[in-house]
Design a protein around this ligand. Structure first.
Ligand code: ADP
Ligand code: ASP
Ligand code: MG
Length: 437
């Protein structure tokens, strides 16, 4: 069985949605994971934020705007009166639900319900469309099987069991459609897998049912060797290993959700990144093999990084110091990305700053703490094993005109990371691109 995920632009207009049939094959057993129509989740985020600041008027205007867009969408998607009516009823239901939160206490719980509406609408519209044109499909509600635990970690065994039951109960169907991004949490409430989470859904489903292949269909022909939004003349990379792809996704290559490689990697399921606008392009194949020896593969950047520097003479010759530092971050469930140490100081970075004040307060017990916000990690991925010399020098040479705050090398054989001020990101990416490729 194959899993095919289509992102927001791939279902971004009625025309695009109809064109999916050039790619999917309803006669073959497939699970199709859909994102919300492009722009929808951003609009829902805005609506939720208007509610949470008590600006009901703004929420109402935003809801009307989005609702109007969907009315046009439905009108164009369906050809028959019946189709148009069903489509209209569907979107009216969802927009009434979103509007109903104006009278309720607005908490993160309601926010998550609002954010879930985009995928619920896109999948049902697509299912209705297929029904209208006589193509048989089965809608599988992600909220019936996609689940995260109390640490927000996906429960792959549970997902496999519940999805397995649904597939078995619908053994007379070949072609399944489900929502990306949305899930239930350990309280059974509606939740999500964070922005861009539909990739993660596809990988989790693929892993949970041990699919043959996971295909991520998007608006570009695979993973490029740098961020195409910032750097000109980037090129797609035909093969990547799971480790390389995971590193790039985690460190900011937007084409993949940061965690989406791990489930596929765990079960060795190949992932293909493919272009809906150019379906015959090879794209990128991510698998166990494919490491290119002695090459620099790609560059990615992750913004929103905070660097924390702890200076403490008590660290000198002391053991157990780093453990105590790490325990602070563990208590606040805050992951550390980069770390560098000196004899009397340690610098590390985080991207989750919810508990920054609490963390800073506890770290003050160890020594003098300084914090820099608006930092960016630039991650260069390639074959940097010890025998592949000269690469660190080339990377650093390319950024020698930019202040570098931290350098990390040697943690893995395929990553060199540097920390720069976000204001220097664009220049760093361009200069690295010019000199490394
Ligand atoms: P989707 O809505 O299909 O999930 P995304 O917008 O999340 O699509 O991801 C695709 C976009 O990721 C591309 O249009 C591209 O601008 C951006 N992107 C950033 N870095 C890379 C990269 N290294 N390779 C390819 N695309 C990238
Ligand atoms: N619709 C969600 C988002 O925009 C999930 C996704 O597109 O992957 O973040
Ligand atoms: Mg995406």
């Amino acid at each position: 069985m194959k899993i095919l995920k289509f992102g927001g632009t791939s279902v971004g207009s009625p025309e695009r949605m109809k064109k999916l049939l050039d790619i999917v094959n309803p006669a073959e057993r497939q699970i199709v994971v859909l994102s919300a129509v492009s722009g929808t989740t951003n609009a829902l985020v805005e609506i939720a934020s208007a509610y949470s600041t008590g600006d009901k008027k703004k929420a109402e205007i935003l809801i009307k705007e989005l609702h109007a867009k969907y009315k046009d969408f439905v009108d164009e998607l369906f050809a028959t009166q019946e189709g148009k009516l069903n489509g209209k009823e569907l979107i009216d239901y969802h927009f009434n639900l979103i509007a109903s939160f104006a009278t309720e206490l607005f908490t993160p719980l309601e926010e998550k319900v609002i954010l879930a509406q985009g995928e619920l609408i896109s999948t049902t519209l697509y299912h209705f469309y297929l029904t209208e044109i006589g193509v048989r499909s089965k809608l599988l509600p992600a909220l019936d099987f996609m689940k995260i635990d109390e640490d927000n970690e996906p429960m792959i065994d549970y997902i496999g069991e519940e999805l397995g039951k649904l597939l078995k109960a619908n053994a007379d169907h070949n072609f399944f459609i489900t929502q990306g991004y949305i899930c239930r949490n350990s309280f059974g409430e509606i939740d999500n897998l964070r922005r861009g989470g539909s990739d993660y859904t596809a990988s989790l489903i693929g892993a949970a049912i041990r699919a043959d292949e996971i295909q991520i269909w998007t608006d570009i022909d695979g993973m490029h060797n740098n961020d195409p939004r910032i750097v000109k003349n980037t090129k797609p990379i035909a093969h990547l290993t799971f480790d390389e792809a995971a590193e790039l996704a985690y460190f900011g290559a937007k084409i993949l959700h940061p965690q989406s490689v791990f489930p596929a990697q765990r079960y060795g399921i190949p992932v293909r990144l493919l272009n809906t606008m150019d379906p015959s392009a090879f794209g990128t194949l991510i698998s166990k093999d494919g490491a290119a020896k002695g090459q620099i593969r790609s560059i990615a950047a992750k913004d929103g990084i905070t660097a924390i520097h702890i200076h403490s003479s008590r660290m000198l010759l002391a053991y157990g110091f780093l453990r105590r530092v790490f325990e602070v971050f563990e208590r606040y469930k805050t992951p550390i990305d980069m770390i560098t140490t000196a004899e009397v100081a340690v610098s590390l970075t985080i991207d989750e700053t919810r508990y920054l004040a609490e963390i800073e307060k506890e770290l003050n017990d160890f020594g003098k703490v300084t914090i820099d916000t608006d930092q960016t990690i630039i991650c260069v991925v390639g074959d940097f094993s010890m025998n592949a010399h000269g690469y660190v020098a080339r990377v650093l040479d390319a950024v020698k005109h930019i202040p570098v705050r931290m350098i990390s090398y040697g943690g893995s054989e395929y990553n060199i990371s540097i920390l720069v001020d976000t204001n220097d990101k664009v220049e760093a990416l361009r200069s690295l691109h010019d000199r490394l490729f």
